[in-house]
Design a protein around this ligand. Sequence first.
Ligand SMILES: [Zn+2]
Ligand SMILES: [Zn+2]
Length: 218
Amino acid sequence: MRSTKSLCPECLAIIDASIIEENGKMILEKTCARHRYFKDIYWSDPVQFKRFEQYLHDGGGVLNPSGSNGNCPHSCGICTSHKTTTILANIDVTNRCNQAYPVCFANASASVILRTIPYPDKAMMQLLRNEKPVPCPAVQFAGGEPTMRDDIVEIVKMAREFDFTQIQIATNGIKLSRSLELYRQLNDAGLHTVYLQFDGVTEEPISRTGASMHFPST
Ligand SMILES: [Zn+2]
Ligand SMILES: [Zn+2]
């Protein structure tokens, strides 16, 4: 259907890739000269893929790149290779979690070293808001589980001071479901979106991964 550039998942070399339609799916296929042939589902619905392709738009680039050599993604800051400024920034505020979920997108249960970004990390948010020509409008605090931090409300307040128009937390929702007070504090601090993960209503999709569900009792 069309060709593009992609990364070798083994060595991160930038390699040619093709997007093709096959058996009712959009497939991304690529071959790294040093490694092998890779093939993955890119979009599960070709109709939706073609619909979204109509809106494909390249921006004019970043006027004040932080990494200037264009060697993306190896020394990106963001660099001169980017067509737009950051749209949604993810800031991992901790890798602690109150769940050991086998299909966590951050693979938090596999972490052995606990990390928490220093607080207050204004420099990170300032860098995003300084991007030109369009300041980064949206930030999502992720982890780990961001509500494991006692100062998550303060972090949201800080984002509000930087005038992000969209402030999100990516959370498993456990602490929020048990504390209306925490919800109120986050809401008052300026949180716009609680971004939840949903994998199914039964254990089956999880057990198919070979893992088992484990919810903490407290
Ligand atoms: Zn490779
Ligand atoms: Zn880059």
